[in-house]
Write a protein that binds this ligand. Sequence first.
Ligand code: NAD
Length: 448
Amino acid sequence: MTTAARTAPISDIKDAKLAAEGRRRTEWAERSMPVLRQIRDRFTRERPLAGRRLSACLHVTTETANLAVTLQAGGADVALCASNPLSTQDDVAAHLVRDHGIKVFAIKGEDHVTYYEHLRAALAHRPDVTMDDGADLVGALHMIALNRLDDLAPPVRQWVETLPAAERKALVAAVIGSTEETTTGVIRLKAMARDGVLQFPVVAVNDSDTKHLFDNRYGTGQSTLDGILRATNLLIAGSTVVVAGYGWCGRGFAMRARGAGATVVVTEIDPLKALEAQMDGYRVAPMAEAARVGDVFVTLTGNINVIRLEHMRAMKDGAVLANSGHFNVEIDLEGLKQAAQGPTRVREFVEEWRLDGKRIFVLADGRLINLAAAEGHPASVMDMSFANQALAAEFVVQQAKQLTKDVHRIPRELDAEIARLKLQAMGVTVDTLTPEQQKYLASWEMGT
Ligand SMILES: NC(=O)c1ccc[n+]([C@@H]2O[C@H](COP(=O)([O-])OP(=O)(O)OC[C@H]3O[C@@H](n4cnc5c(N)ncnc54)[C@H](O)[C@@H]3O)[C@@H](O)[C@H]2O)c1
C-alpha cells in the first residue's frame, strides 16, 4: 500500500483529518438528492439489504457517499474503492470512514499499483453483491472464475494466487449479482453475456432512462465543461470545440459548449448520430479535418485511439485535448509520448507536449476530465443515477434466484417511479390520461 496515512486497518485513505470537510460537502450534495433520500428512508425501515456484503467500485464523490450511506441504511456491509485513480475526493473518503464506519480504499492520484491494491481490498471484502462503474470488479472476478490469472493486475493476481482453489471458487460463487453504472461497463458485460461467460446476473443501471438520458447528457455536458474551465480557465466563447462522439455524453457536452459561445464540430462514425448532429446545427467532419480547425478537443466515445498522432500533427499550435469517456484510451497518449518532447506541467491538470515545434496541451492525463479537474456530475442528476443503483441492488437481492446470467435492466415501472419522484421533488406536476384517452390509445377501431 502507499505511504499515505492509514486511519484504520480496514481502510486506506489519504487523511482522516479531512472528514469534517467531507461531511459538510456530502450534506450539501444530499440537499439535491431528494429521490435517494426517500429511498434511504424506506431502506432504513425495511432493511432490504440486511446481511449483504456489498463491494462498490465507484468514483468516490459526495454523491457516492450519499449512495453508500443509503446502502448501509438498507442493511449492507459496504466496502468502497475508486473506479478511477484521479476521481477520489479525499475528504469524502475520510468522512465515510470516520462518520459511517464504511470501508474505503481510495486516494486521489493513487498510482497504478495502489489502484489495484484497493480493488483487491474490495474483493477481499468477499461481497455477495458488487457495484461497478466500468466493470473493474466484475472483470477481475471473471478472470478469477476463468482462471485467467495472467490477465489480472499484479496486486490482484498475487493475492488470488495465495488463495486455495476452493476459496477462489467460493469468492465468485458468493456473488449473487452485480450492478453497472456506465456505458463502457455495460458494453463489456453484454460482450461477456454474448460469449456465454457471465457468471451471475448484472443490472445495467445505465440502461435506465432516468440514468443515461440525464446523467450522461446533462451531467456529463455540464461537468465536462466545468472540468475544462477549472483546468485551463480558457474562454470558450469564440473558440472552436471539437466533440468526438455524439452519443448521450457527446450531445450533452456539444450543447453546453455551444451555449458557452463555441463553434462546435462533431466527429462520428455512426451515420445516424452524424445526421442528428448535422440537423442539430453542428458542423460534422472527420477527425482528420476537424483536427486542423479545433482549439479544444474532447473525446466522449468509449472507444480507443479516437485522436491519433496523425491528427495531433495536423492540429494548431496550442491545441487543448481532453477526454470525458470512461477510460484514458481515447487519445493516443502512447503515440504522443513516442513522437513528442515533454511533458511539462504548466498547470495542475495541464501538460504541455512539443510536437513538430507546436504545443499540444493534454488535460488530466487523458482521464475523465469532469472527475479529475472538477467534481463530477452535480448531485441533482446523480440523485436519479444513484436512485437507480440503490433500487438495482435491492432488485438483485430480491430477484437473484429468478434472474438469468445475463444483463438486465431494472423494471420500467421503477424507472418511471424515479422520474415521478424527481418531478415531485422539483414541484412539477403533469397531466394524467383521461379514461377516454386511455381507451383511444388502446383501440384500433377509432379513426377520423
Ligand atoms: N464523463 C462522465 O462522467 C461519463 C458519464 C457517463 C458516461 N461516460 C462514458 O462516456 C463514454 C460515452 O458514453 P455515452 O453514454 O455517450 O455512449 P453512447 O454509446 O451513447 O455514445 C458514444 C458515441 O461515440 C461514437 N463513436 C464511437 N467511436 C467513435 C469514433 N472513433 N469517432 C467518433 N465517434 C465515435 C458512437 O457512434 C456513439 O454515437 C463511455 O465511455 C461512457 O462510459 C462518462
